[in-house]
Design a protein around this ligand. Sequence first.
Ligand code: GLA
Length: 298
Amino acid sequence: MRRTAIAPGRVNLIGDHTDYAGGLVLPMAIDRQTTVTVDLGAGDTLRLESEDAGDDHEWHRYVDAVVAEVAPGTVGTGTVQTTLPVGAGLSSSAALETAVALAVGFTGPPIELALACQRAEQAASGVPCGIMDQLSIAAAVEGHALRIDCSTNQVTPVPVPDDVEIVVVHSGQARTLAGSAYAERRAQLEAGDPRRVRHVETENQRVVAFSDALAAGDLTAAGRLMVESHASLRDDYEVSTEVLDDLVARLTATDGVFGARLTGAGFGGCVVALATPGALGEGWVVRPAGPARVVSER
Ligand code: GLA
């Protein structure tokens, strides 16, 4: 039996470092994806190869962790291809996890897929991540971002207007410290550090206001909220870097750009901008994509 599954990456429009606090997030699955093809039933383990990963074999740990979660004992061979930049903050690992899970035969609702892949991510990386990345990929709706209430995992699709571009710009800075600093921030929040708590409380309000602004077509207000979100991540949550701050400032000062902010965990990686079509001559324009799914089986 040969099965192929695909899974998109995601960009978070607003609502970072809120998911593990039971807060609100607004991620969007994007039109860059990972494809996993598995020939089940040959060999003594599951052996996947990738031409896109170079010499980095870290990703095998994610594959093994997913198999252990959803289909222990699976044997076979297969391939992984991706059009997602690895380690850029666009959830290449969550895309890999969900595509592998579906390719080895996971069936079940998106929330169960996301929870299994979140457990695999935590086991493989040692980072106590939240549910946002995996759920935004498992439950994606084409043409929409997803507002997720992480206290209940309830998902509400929010249409993304056609007359605006979402642009992802890589800072050029690798997210090296992301793992240990992430765990540290989470622990500080749980210990009640007032600045960390203030970020989460104000960020939750910004997610609601941003969704409303997007629905009303008020892109100026949406952009302003992104800039405020970045400032809160920089000053109260302290997950930004000078490189990210400079990039956000430069993009925000560009004609036709409504706003920009770091996206995801921070400490490097990508910035997301909201712009008039064609305003930015750099980065990748990303479009809201559909969910992780099986695309062929025979
Ligand atoms: C990473 C984690 C997510 C989320 C973001 C920050 O992407 O995997 O669960 O916490 O950081 O919003």
